[in-house]
Design a protein around this ligand. Structure first.
Ligand SMILES: [Zn+2]
Length: 437
């Protein structure tokens, strides 16, 4: 579209858009002409905040027309894996870290500053940023290391109410797997998460008793009817027992469609046959595999004074070929884990394309930041563009993946109206970088 083009005050046609095939129902797709591989030429009518027509040309109803000049249109984005409790602490932490262990230690030291006001201001800044970027829903992990409810969880719950429906916020507990050896503490976590409409999560690394600990997680999930979200095998050891066990338990408990696994870096280093067998198990169990390229690039294969050789990204191409649902997400933003990021899923898509060789990501992988995470979150709208769907749209200036990812200009419509896409100024948080709590 023409950058800065004025929008009509009310209902209108969005003419000459390109919409990815993956965001269209089959019947709609088949009725529209291809504009390029994986993209259809569409004019969308927006009335009363909703899409009321997807047509090959503007209809004769006299509504104002906005000419998008072949720019790509997607539904607003869904960020299924973030850490809002830690976001925007990078400046006060003050330096980059290149291993997961170092980042965990630095983040732990920062925790002394986590007052309710500090957390709220950083989370709100993150939500305003994500909203301006074009995101409509976020799942955030919240560190949960004992029986009692963390302060950050309570703050997130408060913001959840304030931000709905601009952003649907879904908190997920993130506990180290060994916490589930404590029957009372783990029961308290699951009960609190269930009571407050959250998701149960754990960080799964190779630890003694891993299988029985994971069984405990699933028992609690079933008992409390909870979806599950794991940080799974985020390392480069030849050990994917965590993923294998999660897949097995998902099938055994009939929890298909209710489990997400993030990272799975170890899949990038294990023998090909072992990798394929676990990917098939993830596909059969309906597990969403979340690729998190920014964190992997920052934290895998790092060490003092050496350039990392391995990328750590899960084998996303092979996963999809074997039938796994694949998503992409921000993960950490502006913290000890990923100091340089901005809750921009278009940037994530571009970096994923470079890291994992996801060719033509707007046409071929747009579902990874829209429909796949929306379904995993159980959102009311799956993100496909159809008659009756909300006109919550990202209008990209780019006409193809090269232009859209290389120069990520956009406008964002919510309920058919443009929102302010100016990003909040980091200077707003200056006093949080200098004042210890
Ligand atoms: Zn994470």
């Amino acid at each position: 579209m023409v950058a800065g083009a004025a929008f009509p005050a009310g209902d209108c046609w969005l003419a000459r858009a390109r919409v990815p095939d993956r965001l269209l129902d089959a019947s709609t797709r088949d009725a529209l002409a291809p504009a390029a591989p994986g993209l259809r030429a569409v004019s969308l009518r927006v009335q009363g905040g909703r899409i009321t027509a997807l047509a090959s040309a503007v209809g004769p109803d006299g509504l104002p027309v906005v000419d998008l000049a072949d720019g790509i249109v997607t539904s607003c984005w869904v960020d299924l894996h973030t850490h809002l409790d830690k976001s925007h602490t990078a400046t006060r932490i003050g330096r980059s870290h290149h291993t997961l262990r170092d980042a965990v230690a630095a983040s732990g030291e920062d925790r002394d500053r986590w007052t309710a006001d500090d957390i709220r201001r950083r989370m709100d800044f993150a939500l305003r940023t994500a909203h301006a970027q074009g995101t409509r829903a976020i799942r955030t992990h919240i560190d949960w290391v004992g029986a009692s409810t963390p302060l950050a969880w309570s703050v997130a719950q408060s913001l959840r109410g304030e931000w709905s429906p601009r952003i649907e916020l879904q908190p997920t507990s993130l506990s180290p797997l060994p916490l589930f050896a404590d029957a009372d503490a783990s029961a308290a976590v699951a009960a609190a998460v269930a009571e407050q409409g959250g998701v149960l999560g754990a960080s799964v690394h190779p630890v003694p008793g891993q299988r029985s600990l994971l069984e405990r997680v699933f028992e609690l999930a079933v008992a409390h009817d909870l979806d599950l979200d794991f940080h799974a095998d985020e390392h480069l050891q030849n050990d994917i027992e965590g993923l294998r066990t999660i897949a097995r338990l998902t099938a055994r408990h009939g929890w298909e469609g209710r489990v997400a696994c993030g990272h799975a870096c170890a899949l990038s280093v294990v023998p090909v046959d072992a990798c394929a067998s676990v990917l098939r198990a993830l596909a059969d169990a309906g597990i969403v595999l979340m690729g998190l390229p920014l964190a992997n690039l920052q934290l895998q294969d790092g060490g003092p004074g050496r350039t990392p050789r391995l990328r750590g990204i899960a084998p996303l191409l092979e996963a999809r070929d074997l039938g796994v649902q694949v998503g992409l997400a921000s993960d950490n933003v502006q913290d000890a884990f990923v100091p340089m990021a901005d809750f921009d899923l278009l940037q994530v898509l571009a970096i994923a394309s470079l890291t994992a060789h996801l060719d033509d990501p707007l046409a071929r992988w747009i579902d990874s930041i829209t429909t796949t995470p929306a379904t995993a979150m159980g959102l009311a709208w799956d993100g496909r563009l159809r008659v009756g769907a909300p006109a919550d749209l990202v209008l990209l200036a780019g006409r193809n993946s090269f232009e859209a990812c290389g120069r990520p200009q956009r406008r964002v419509l919510r309920g058919g109206r443009p929102i302010d896409t100016a990003l909040p100024d980091f200077r707003e948080l200056d006093d949080t970088t200098t004042t210890a709590g």
